[in-house]
Write a protein that binds this ligand. Sequence first.
Ligand SMILES: Cc1ncc(COP(=O)(O)O)c(C=O)c1O
Length: 449
Amino acid sequence: MITATETKLPRINTALPGPKSQLVIDHDKKFMSPSYMRDYPMVAERGYGAIVEDPDGNAFLDFAAGIAVCSTGHCHPKVVAAIQKQAAELIHIAGNDFYHRHMPQLAERLVGIMPKSHHYRVFFGNSGTEAVEGAIKLARYATKRDKLIAFYGCFHGRTLGSLSLTASKNTQRKGFGTLLGGVEHIPYPYAYRCALGHTKETCGGEIIELLEQQIFKRLFAPEEVAAIIVEPIQGEGGFIPAPAFFLQELQRICNKNGIMLILDEVQAGMGRTGKWWAYDHAGITPDIVLTAKGIASGMPISAFIAKESVMQWKPGSHGTTYGGNPVCVASALATMDLIEGGLMANAQKVGDYIFGKIQDWPKRFKIVGDIRGKGLMIGVEIVRDQETKEKAQDLRDRVIDNAFHRGLLTLSSGENSIRISPPLIIDEEQADCAIGILEESIRAAEKTL
Ligand SMILES: Cc1ncc(COP(=O)(O)O)c(C=O)c1O
């Protein structure tokens, strides 16, 4: 139920940013690290459902969800109640040193959504990058090997281990010196730009061949490789899904060579694609799965979930102070209840609805090159020319800025794509509103060509 002052659609009253928002921006500019990269001057004051309001009373429809984090929307009453109740009982105890019932409760819940063929165990951290760091360590520990294989375009985080895997934008790596050794990157299947003309279902066979016939024969013997880490849908890289057969082939290679298959579900997981995990669409059984963002509606928690046969390290070999914090766990349990109780199905339903309405954009708009994704993880690639597929970052930025001024929050992804990743609670009316705003915003950007 929304109150009299609340809305479920955008309401823009001032020029943007409004005067109160501008004060926050000026304050921020004075004290905050300049490394933050805000796409546009949005200042958030409060949120409810799929709406975020700024201090000037403007209401924005949020199709960014804090980078796919606010899966249940902003401040869902059941999540807020769970957080409040837990905060009044116990805020912190350090799961590294003491037991509390919340950690195994959430761990059991996560194991319950893993493939039934294996028993899995869980380690909790605080952020996506921390899950990646832990998974690198576990894969090395379990295999007694140190080489890692990742993909161009992938994003796994910004701490030094995960940054060694990340190959998204060179600004993310530039200036930070030598990273982890023994990491090799190979291409990711990108059907829209496939040099061999493969489709979204068939692109990537030559990458499998490259891995087996070149990388394994010329660079790393497979028995030296600890892990292959892959995003089932590249998030920061442009919302690009890997074909099911490609993930199945990676699994075959990993099984054959004793390599850990790590699925980074930090952005794509937790029901966003209509299934708990995006890899579920390929029916594979990973060795290690990483989750963060969508798991706790905005409370900072991450996890890596590994086969019991893999997670065999000794007490003290890995730990953290805050991971599995009771308040974050309470939020995660409430979030998983809501995802299971209808939001995952809604992501599929409204995602299909949006696809149905926008799949002909490449025919209707000359700057839209490709529409892709699954459920409520949808990418729109913007090009200067559909024939040459020249990437148009400037036009993409203009579309996003136009949408902001019309009351819709979206984010960029990759060099020239827009990401559509709303909370999983949105309905068709909100989807229609966002589609209308995006169409106007694309049309306005096209006029500048
Ligand atoms: C797939 C993926 N892995 C890891 C990360 C890192 O997560 P965090 O920013 O919480 O460290 C991200 C963040 O965008 C991500 O999208």
